[in-house]
Design a protein around this ligand. Structure first.
Ligand code: SIN
Length: 281
């Protein structure tokens, strides 16, 4: 880790040169001063993934931290979980048929306005070790494309479909014959705050590209998904310890929860914050 200069109320140590930072000197169980909040906000925009170690927070404190960034999100699969609608439980045991997020994805891009960020608080890590989460920088992914590919993608719109993971992989039908959300987003979006261009397709939710034959769309998406999965320089890896909270900018990252710890267990809770605007080019 490398110490990042320019912060006065928090410590910021970068995890890689372009993505991820560990934040020190913050107790998330206590109200944050405006100055500390502003520095966390700046670090979040700059580093996209923030890791807070050794935090001891209850659900209300977790949600209060989330609310500093906006309104809390209710997950479209919440009906199948029960409990507090603003808390998404991430629980894997030896009896789990799947583990949430075990594949590259951006959270809930099937929504018209996907969450702007998510905060996952892990309290139980597998006794075998493992259970890390990989994050990928999608602004860097855009930068690494050729100019020819950038020009092609800039014109395109993709359909993101909640049925793909929830019905397809997890096998959870929506309640009472309702449908999972399905929405269109530009393939290249612009981050609403930093202005960076973002490669905005993910293998979790992106079903097809509009205006192309199915085989063309499949070929292009599979190529982009392979590029994301096979380019280690896009990635930072968060190794969880119990009571670690990680907060990612969902507008410009993807993540992948690694299920390498069967038959052991892992438990955490996620709060997501509703975005303010549709992804736009
Ligand atoms: C998620 O996709 O939010 C889950 C990530 C994780 O469990 O590490």
């Amino acid at each position: 880790m490398v110490a990042v200069a320019g912060y006065h109320t928090i410590g910021v140590d970068s995890l890689t040169p372009h993505l991820g930072a560990q934040i020190d000197g913050v107790d998330l169980s206590q109200p944050l001063s405006n100055e500390t909040f502003s520095e966390i906000y700046k670090a979040w925009l700059d580093w996209k993934v923030l890791v807070f170690r050794d935090q001891h927070i209850d659900r209300e404190q977790h949600k209060a931290f989330g609310r500093r960034f906006g309104r809390l999100h209710v997950h479209p699969m919440q009906h199948s979980y029960g409990g507090d609608p603003e808390i998404l439980r991430v629980k894997t045991t030896k009896d789990s048929a799947y583990t949430a997020g075990n594949g590259w994805h951006t959270d809930v891009t099937c929504d018209e306005i996907p969450p702007l960020g998510s905060m996952l608080y892990i309290t139980e890590t597998p006794e075998s070790g493992g259970g890390d989460t990989l994050f990928a920088n999608m602004a860097l992914a855009y930068e690494l494309l050729s100019d020819t590919m950038k020009s092609l993608l800039e014109e395109l719109t993709a359909v993101h479909d909640g049925a793909l993971p929830y019905l397809g992989s997890y096998g959870v039908a929506p309640p009472d014959g309702a449908k999972y959300p399905k929405n269109e987003h530009p393939v290249i979006a612009r981050h609403p705050e930093s202005g960076e261009k973002i490669l905005y397709v993910n293998s979790g939710f992106t079903a097809y590209i509009k205006g192309m034959h199915p085989w063309e769309s499949r070929m292009l998406l599979d190529g982009l998904f392979r590029f994301i999965a096979q380019t280690p320089r896009l990635v930072c890896r968060v190794q969880w310890q119990p009571n670690t909270l990680t907060f990612w900018d969902n507008r410009c990252t993807q993540h992948h929860a690694v299920w390498d710890y069967y038959p052991h267990s892992r438990y955490g809770e996620r709060v997501s914050i509703v975005g303010e605007q549709r992804p736009a080019a």
